[in-house]
Ligand binder design. Structure first.
Ligand code: CP
Ligand code: NVA
Length: 308
């Protein structure tokens, strides 16, 4: 049987995603109570990371350890992938040895090809196109802070990048509206937008996007791999900083979100990210709980007899 993968949010149905987030909230409460829950004893997670990471690496490794399993982290220097061994061969070999493979890559096609040849679940830990694990934590955070997200409105201000693409998929799966404000030339991919239909609207006006929004969210203006474009991007994104004036246009109960790392004074004013509407630290912590729920879903689903 083909394993389930998590390469984009669309790999899970709305019902599965909602169940997974309920489970994340339960696992968080169990963790707070100090309960031991180790359904993944003797399971191994391999992590292949082509790019830097603080949150994703630490949350996956800590989460796997809480669940009783072990992890091994592989940078490009550690495997033969960096020396030209084919992705397909690496996938076939590693998936005979470990139980789940978490990959952070530049090209999305790398994780797609890896998954095609893997005998075990593959999880996308960020590619240039999507960051689905981030959205599990983000939606969990909104639900915990304000209740159901269905029918709400989020405003994405900034670059139409990988995280923005996953917000678009989240709007589809969780049934909320997403206003996206980008500078001209930095819009999200037109196919990703078109597939979302009427739940997504594009504008070049951050004020229009933020007006009445329940969530205001942004990300760095220069993602990993775009370092050489930074000078030009800083010019092009002028006027797109999320500041208190923009937050005032949003709903009075609106929350501010950012996947982090954040660059204060560029995409976000310190008064906003360090202010009362910011939920960024809960968002970061929830990476741990949401990904534990994901690992459990992929490796020890309820009713499989593999729990505890
Ligand atoms: N938000 C996020 O994925 O952070 P890292 O790059 O630190 O993993
Ligand atoms: N868009 C950012 C997200 C980092 C978590 C990047 O790809 O670098």
């Amino acid at each position: 049987m083909k394993p389930r993968h998590f390469l984009t949010l669309l790999d899970l149905s709305s019902v599965e995603l909602e169940q997974l987030l309920r489970r994340a909230i339960d696992l968080k409460a169990m963790h707070r109570r100090g309960e031991t829950y180790t359904p993944l004893r003797q399971r191994t997670m391999a992590m292949i990371f082509e790019k830097s990471s603080t949150r994703t690496r630490v949350s996956f490794e800590a989460g796997m350890s809480h669940l009783g399993g072990s992890s091994l982290f592989l940078s490009p220097r550690d495997t033969h992938l960096g020396r030209g061994e084919p992705i397909e061969d690496t996938a076939r070999v590693m998936s005979r040895m470990v139980d789940v493979i978490v990959i952070r890559a530049f090209e999305h096609d790398m994780v797609v090809r890896f998954a095609e040849f893997s005998l075990v679940p593959v999880v996308n830990a960020l590619t240039d196109r999507y960051h689905p694990c981030q959205l599990l934590a983000d939606i969990q955070t909104y639900i915990e802070a304000r209740g159901p997200i269905k029918g709400r409105t989020a405003a994405w201000i900034g670059d139409g990048n990988n995280v923005c693409h996953s917000w678009i998929n989240a709007a589809r799966r969780f049934g909320f509206n997403l206003n996206i404000a980008t500078p001209a030339g930095y819009e999200p991919d037109s196919e990703v937008v078109a597939a979302a239909g009427s739940c997504v609207t594009l504008t070049h006006d951050p004020k229009l996007a933020a007006s009445g929004a329940d969530i205001v969210v942004t990300d760095t203006w220069a993602s990993m791999g775009q370092e050489s474009e930074k000078t030009q991007r800083l010019k092009d994104f002028s006027g797109y900083m999320v500041d208190s004036r923009l937050m005032h246009l949003a709903h009075k109960d609106a929350v501010f979100m950012h996947c982090l790392p954040a660059y204060r004074g560029y995409e976000v004013d310190p008064a906003v990210i360090d202010g009362p509407q910011s939920v960024v630290w809960d968002e970061a912590e929830n990476r741990l709980h949401a990904q534990k729920a994901l690992l459990e879903f992929l490796l020890a689903p309820a009713g499989s007899g593999q729990k505890r």
